[in-house]
Design a protein around this ligand. Structure first.
Ligand code: WT7
Length: 657
């Protein structure tokens, strides 16, 4: 990667060292780095002992003799659900709140203690067993953000049945392909769901998917909306009929440390979905370790909120398995931010005195766009730590998050990881790290990563390349479900012996990491490598821009050209609608990018739009924007959260050309 490309983010000079007060009470201590470096396996062995309860101790921390197939905590036995629930009740924490559930309709609230959770999980485990589900049978879960979703996951874990969650916004098609690949025998769903203040169907998608899935024996249906639904007497059973009558006693048997815990299909890729699968001991250890240290969780006093959907890996690791292993109190929120409910989050934070918030840059930028009126009358002073995940966070969004939401004093942790890594890999440690806005900083203690060039050689500080993980880690994927060759090929063949993450990254002069987006999002303009993230950050740093997406479109002379799609901030929109003002604004933005990065990075095209195409997990689908920029038919839009967005952008393009 050329030097010019990397210099932009290096302009960022702001530093945020931890305050003394924060450091004094912090979970993470600087000595963690030394301890892990001195003996990495001993370090993980200690974490596994301290954070988990094993029914049989492990004999060996790591077996890597069959690389890239890892075994962690070899010979150890445990039950994931027991670690998440029962042992806390046994320790006298039964009355502690596990979840404050807030439904999408404002009046829908439930408070679930650890003792409640234990009863619910035991009943659900008995129910699954009554359907003939046992160790190694897979169960598909297609549910919105309701307590039963977490209960269903834990009940599966309790009996050793791997679960596979399918995000409730996915189509029947997507559900069917996942059911087939995972060979699920039971599907757990609901009659319907609430999203953005309205009802949306769920059961019809299941009926359609199950019609194509001969292996599915039973469909368990939670009553959520009360909507009229089609019913198959021989196959469908109500959750309340099946589960409520079960005994609330259930003995949790132990399983091998490598017992598969779940399969989760990665989104956004074309072709057959990849079933990433995770196992038990290593996964739980790293989830609990990162949850405690990265979010500075003090379970006895914090109220923690990971605002993701449980259907994604973020929800698995940081709504369910990490927080519960640590006996934390969490928010479980069914709603998503939408223009009709701009202040719901802030109300909820105030009401529950949330102290830790974990969300994605796209959400942060959406709130930036909406402006600060939404915060009026809501006291956010309970917040003491903010986290970000999912894509590179622009320095301006980072600063806005810290200042506007975090009162100017909450540490911000930008956490890099993937479905495949299972848990956080690169992140500052609050109370320890002096952060830089836009940088995920360093590998956590116990994790080793590097940035390498095309030949797999580590690059020097100040240069960029590909992010790799250089040694196995406890929560690593154990493979692609049913396809070991694909696992080897996708992740371990590009650079022998190194895990290829698919992300571009840069090491700055201090050796800190700046993620540059997926390597397929890196553009090459006249032989200069430009990062989409870098140019997006430059655009978002302009006071009139709320959000930007940049793509490289083919160009016969320069290889690629830079095309930008921008959403303006509220105040700038009216101005831009005045005749003639639009083109002036575009010129202003191009100059701004030239100033921030250099003339080479100036977008050839800038289109002002009102929405960007995003997946349901909030990722901008740049490939669709590339289709617009290259003026060809728009590709598959089925994974878009809102499929009308592309029509709007197309129209906008037509009227400006
Ligand atoms: C990809 C993984 C991990 C949970 C959510 C996404 C990008 C994730 C960051 C970050 C820059 C990030 C990477 C990664 N990503 N976190 N802090 N900074 N990029 O999980 O759907 O498996 O996506 O998300 O490109 O490869 P996922």
């Amino acid at each position: 990667m050329s030097q010019e490309t990397l210099s932009n983010l290096l302009h960022e000079q702001r530093r945020f060292p931890p305050s003394e007060e924060f450091a004094a009470q912090a979970v993470a201590k600087p000595s963690l780095y030394e301890e892990a470096a001195a003996d990495r396996e001993a370090f993980w062995g200690r974490q596994a002992h301290e954070l988990l309860t094993w029914s049989k101790d492990f004999d060996q921390v790591l077996d890597w003799t069959d690389a890239p197939f890892a075994k962690w905590f070899v010979g150890g036995r445990l039950n994931a659900c027991y670690n998440c629930v029962d042992r806390h009740v046994e320790a006298g924490l039964g009355d502690r709140v596990a979840y404050y559930w807030q439904g999408d309709p404002e009046g829908d609230k439930r408070t679930i203690t650890y003792a409640d959770l234990q009863r619910m999980v035991c009943q659900a485990a008995n129910a699954l067993e009554s359907l003939g589900i046992h160790q190694d049978d897979t169960v598909a879960i297609y549910l919105p953000m309701i307590p039963e979703t977490v209960v269903a996951m834990l009940a599966c874990a309790r009996i050793g049945a791997p679960h596979t969650l399918v995000f409730a916004g996915f189509s029947a098609e997507a559900l069917a392909s996942r059911i087939a690949d995972a060979d699920a025998r039971v599907v757990i769903t609901a009659d319907g769901q609430f999203r953005r203040g309205t009802r949306a169907p769920l059961k019809p998608q299941v009926d359609e998917a199950v019609a194509k899935s001969p292996g599915v024996e039973k469909v368990v249906v939670v009553r959520r909306t009360g909507d009229e639904i089609a019913w198959d007497e021989s196959r469908d059973v109500w959750w309340h009929d099946l589960v409520d009558q079960q005994s609330d006693q259930h003995e949790a048997h132990d399983f091998d440390s490598e017992q598969p815990l779940y399969i989760l299909y990665t989104s956004g890729t074309t072709g057959k979905p990849k079933g990433i699968f995770h196992t038990t001991g290593g996964y739980l250890t790293q989830c609990a370790y990162t949850h405690r240290n990265v979010f500075d969780v003090h379970p006895e006093r914090d109220v923690y909120w990971c605002a993701a959907d449980v259907g994604w890996v973020t929800g698995h690791s940081y709504i369910v398995y990490g927080p519960l292993t640590n006996a934390a109190t969490s928010i479980l929120y069914e709603g998503v931010p939408h223009p009709g409910a701009q202040d719901r989050w802030w109300k909820l934070i105030d009401e529950r005195k949330v102290s830790i918030l974990y969300t994605a840059p796209t959400t942060i930028r959406t709130y930036m766009k909406w402006g600060t009126d939404m915060l009026q009358g809501h006291d956010l002073s309970s917040l003491r730590l903010l986290g970000s995940v999912g894509e590179p966070i622009n320095p301006e969004a980072w600063i806005w998050y810290r200042d506007t939401i975090g009162g100017g004093w909450c540490p911000v942790v930008d956490t890099w990881w993937q479905t495949e890594t299972g848990a956080i890999m690169v992140s500052p440690l609050p109370g320890v790290t002096a952060t830089k806005p836009g940088s995920a900083m360093r590998a956590l203690p116990g994790i080793t990563v590097d940035v390498v060039d095309d030949t797999g050689q580590p690059v020097p500080n100040g240069s960029g390349g590909y992010l790799v993980v250089t040694s196995p880690w406890p929560a690593m994927l154990r493979g692609v479900w049913g396809d070991p060759e694909r696992y080897r090929e996708t992740y371990w063949s590009r650079f022998p012996g190194l895990y290829f993450a698919g992300d571009g990254a840069k090491k700055d002069e201090d050796g800190d990491l700046w993620l540059l987006g997926r390597v397929d999002d890196v553009m090459n303009v006249s032989g200069h490598r430009l990062s989409t993230t870098e140019i997006e950050s430059a655009l978002v740093s302009h006071p009139k821009v709320a959000e930007a997406a940049v793509v490289g479109a083919n160009d016969p002379t320069t290889g690629q050209m830079v095309c930008a799609f921008v959403i303006l901030r509220q105040e700038a929109i009216q101005e831009a609608d005045e005749p003639g003002e639009g083109s002036e604004l575009v010129a202003e933005l191009r100059d701004h990018v030239a100033k921030e990065i250099g003339p080479i990075a100036k977008p050839r095209e800038i289109l002002v739009v009102s929405e960007l195409p995003k997946t349901r997990s909030g990722k901008i689908m740049r490939r669709l924007l590339r289709d617009v920029a290259e003026d060809r038919a728009i590709g598959d839009v089925t994974t878009l959260a809102d499929s009308t967005v592309m029509d709007q952008i197309r129209q906008r393009m037509a009227t400006t050309h």
